[in-house]
Design a protein around this ligand. Structure first.
Ligand code: PHE
Length: 448
């Protein structure tokens, strides 16, 4: 039996978990869905989702991981032998596979734009239309998106193959502080532009009429996605923890950092968008059409543009490694593979699975599933269905099989000061289960 790797320090673990949580979801998705679903009203619901379900699920994942010292499949098998609960873990490993396959495509785009910023600056992107055409030409090419997707997967494999402490922890220690510095620079630039307040209004003035059941489902799905919950990424990171860690405290730090970065990114982006007189658009449109045009006009735009795409690339890389780690850990623990072999083999396989997504804006754009191209389909499937379902079953597992008492025992091992009774813990878990269940069903049925 090999000795399990562990984090080198508490800070290293927290930074790695924050690195997993802070990703494209925070910088690319959150600002956009916030604007679309009612600004502050949406933020409010999102915060409720984070507290009612994000926190409990995160605590469950860390506790199960630390208790079992295993990957998601092995963990559920150990706690509930000869039962179908291991399927929660299996769905998680599959989900890691699916998410990374398309996540890496967007991450590849951001790497390309970072390179473009250094090599050419943004002078050729003088309007969103021109920038948009350039982006369409790039993203629909049969070569470049695949190549940049390959580069991103290579980076993930490089880090993960080195191990938990020397690979994942070490790189997060370097990259996460860099990310914080960059975001602060961008915020200062955004807020000092004239007309920045319109962007703040867009983000923070509530419009409750837009808060439909679907918006709530999006907020909830996003709570899972942004905190890397529901598929065992945090469970896997928790499995490299020792007993001393105070899980409640660490989880709160992770949640605050993740939400903070999302809000700060929203401020940095929308102050600039409104100050330069543009319309907020969504997803790829915002980041690859509107922002390059803004960088072409803004004083200091080339540097800001480079910093912005570096920010996105770093955020994506530290999340990508956690996704690959879930799959890698499964093959190390369950199949006895070496870390090197598992990370290279499955990194490569994920690359192959992602190629159709990389081509889904060009050569394969005719392939439509449920009215979506392949890329959107994988995104939708994982973030709207698989993660909330995974989280839901984790909560049910804890209530009915593992028992809230065992969860509390595990939490108290690192934080003896935790004062919460088994009864209260059960009620809180039931509330979060009902909350996930009802929102999920309402969203699927299209109520509201
Ligand atoms: N949390 C990451 C983001 O916000 C995405 C992610 C999801 C990473 C699930 C790991 C697991 O972009």
């Amino acid at each position: 039996m090999k000795v399990r790797e562990h984090w080198g320090s508490r800070l290293g673990f927290v930074l790695a978990a924050v690195g997993s949580a802070v990703g494209l979801g925070n910088i690319w998705k959150f600002p956009f869905i916030t604007g679309m679903y009612g600004g502050a009203a949406f933020v409010l619901f999102y915060l409720i989702s984070i507290l009612l379900i994000g926190l409990p699920v995160m605590l469950i994942e860390f506790s199960i991981g630390r208790k079992t010292q295993l990957n998601p499949v092995g963990a559920f098998q150990k706690l509930a032998p000869s039962s179908p609960y291991f399927l929660i873990g299996a769905m998680g490993v599959l989900c890691g596979f699916i998410i990374l396959s398309y996540y890496s495509v967007v991450a590849g785009w951001t790497l390309t734009y970072m390179y473009k910023a250094v090599a050419f600056g943004f002078k050729d992107f003088s309007s969103p239309e021109i920038a948009g055409e350039a982006f369409t030409a790039y993203s629909s090419s049969p070569i470049w998106p695949v190549l940049s997707h390959a580069v991103f997967m290579f980076l993930c494999i490089f880090v993960v193959s080195k191990g938990v402490k020397v690979g994942i922890e070490r790189w997060n220690r370097i990259l996460m502080p860099t990310l914080f510095v960059i975001i602060l620079l961008l915020i200062v630039r955004g807020l000092t532009l004239e007309g920045a307040d319109a962007g703040l209004k867009f983000l923070f003035v509530p419009d409750f009429s837009k808060l439909t059941a679907n918006a709530m489902l999006v907020a909830m799905g996003h709570a899972f996605f942004t905190l890397s919950l529901g598929m065992g990424a945090m469970l896997t990171y928790g499995s490299y923890l020792s007993e001393k860690e105070d899980l409640v405290k660490s989880s709160l730090w992770i949640i605050v950092a993740d939400t903070g970065v999302a809000l700060l990114a929203g401020i940095a982006i929308f102050t600039a968008v409104f100050a330069m007189g543009f319309e907020p658009a969504g997803g790829p449109g915002l980041v690859f059409h509107v922002l390059p045009a803004i960088f072409s006009m803004m004083p200091g735009g080339n540097i800001m543009g480079f910093l912005f795409f570096a920010l996105l690339s770093i955020a994506a890389l530290t999340s990508g490694m956690s996704l690959l780690e879930v799959v890698t850990a499964y093959f190390i623990d369950q199949k006895g593979w070496s870390r090197r072999k598992a990370s290279i083999a499955f990194g490569f396989l994920i690359f192959l699975v992602g190629v159709p997504s990389a081509l889904s804006f060009g050569a394969l754009k005719e392939i439509i599933i449920f009215k979506m191209n392949l890329f959107d389909f994988f995104d939708y499937l994982s973030f709207k269905y698989m993660l909330p379902l995974g989280g839901f079953f984790m909560v049910l597992f804890t209530i009915f099989r593992w028992k809230p008492k065992s969860l509390l025992e595990e939490l108290k091992r690192g934080g003896p000061g935790l004062k919460i009774s088994v009864g209260l813990a059960t009620v809180l878990l039931l509330i979060s289960a009902v909350f996930v269940g009802v929102t999920f069903v309402a969203g699927v049925l299209g109520v509201g």
